[in-house]
Ligand binder design. Structure first.
Ligand code: PDD
Length: 277
């Protein structure tokens, strides 16, 4: 298999970075996960826009234009014969002697991208997944898709140890997002999800879902909602690039919507399917 490494497509096994890469030492970089369906990148422009936004917000200048990246990623998919899967792409500030402050002088960012085969989670999309609730202990710029994922990792590990698929995070009484997904509730036919501010990542799947709501007359609100609202919701689901519209059937051992998939969740799954076809 091949990888993009600083502008070139090389053997993945040849792609290596120095121990003083700032991504390795500080998590000083940002990333994207892009879905590939039928050999085509889904919502690529949105992912590249967010990649630029994330980079800009930590002062890393992307060494390539989005057009150039699009070309390289397209070539990578072909070389790796990827049909259904993901592209993982990250950029770090580069290699420099360890010092918290940004390096001065000519430090070039390191950009890496590679592909992974990953089928759609068709079984879970039908049955739904179990979740736990956990306090959101992350920093206050969750809108940046940072390589620093310790808070997210600890939350996911907690879920994993409880035999669950995802951890739903909350800051005090306010539900924010999953460890690697956005969270939605449905109450009396209205879909509610956290507004896209610095407390959550503005998911691309979230945009696709909200747009589908607008176009199909599904009432929706972007606002914070409480733990009580979560517990009393008619339907709960999560979304991400890898999991699509994923029903939640259990939270902390308590059944959601009688353990079945609710009608709005189902409708949004259908609309999402139409988008990716
Ligand atoms: N994670 N919130 C967080 C914290 C995430 O890590 C992700 C995605 C999302 C959903 O964003 P999107 O719909 O653009 O995938 C929300 C990716 C898939 C990951 O880290 O693997």
């Amino acid at each position: 298999k091949f990888a993009i490494f600083n502008g070139e497509i090389i053997e993945r096994s040849e792609a290596k970075v120095d121990v003083e890469d700032r991504g390795y030492q500080f998590g000083d970089g940002v990333y994207e996960v892009i879905r590939v369906y039928n050999g085509k990148m889904f919502t690529l422009k949105e992912h590249l826009d967010r990649f630029v936004r994330s980079s800009d917000s930590i002062g890393i200048t992307l060494p390539y234009t989005s057009e150039h990246l699009t070309e390289m990623l397209g070539e990578l998919i072909i070389k790796n014969k990827l049909h259904v899967g993901i592209i993982y792409m990250q950029i770090t500030r580069g290699i420099a002697p360890r010092n918290h402050a940004f390096p001065t002088g000519n430090v070039v960012p390191n950009l890496v991208a590679y592909t992974k085969e990953l089928t759609r989670p068709l079984e879970s999309l039908k049955t739904g997944v179990k979740t736990i609730l956990t306090e959101d202990i992350r920093w206050l710029r969750c809108d940046i898709k940072s390589l620093n994922l310790l808070g997210n990792i600890l939350a996911k590990q907690k879920a994993s140890e409880a035999g669950c698929f995802e951890a739903i995070q909350h800051r005090g009484n306010e539900v924010t997002e999953g460890s690697s997904s956005n969270i939605y509730i449905v109450k009396n036919g209205v879909l509610i999800t956290h507004e896209s501010n610095h407390f959550i990542l503005k998911g691309i799947s979230k945009d696709v879902i909200l747009q589908a709501c607008s176009q199909n007359g599904i009432p929706h609100e972007e606002r914070t909602f409480s733990l009580e609202e979560l517990e009393q919701a008619d339907e709960v689901f999560l979304s991400s690039t890898t999991t699509e519209v994923m029903p939640i059937v259990e939270m902390d051992g308590n059944q959601v919507s009688g353990g079945a998939i609710g009608p709005i969740t189902k409708k949004l799954q259908e609309l999402f399917n139409q988008e990716i076809e």
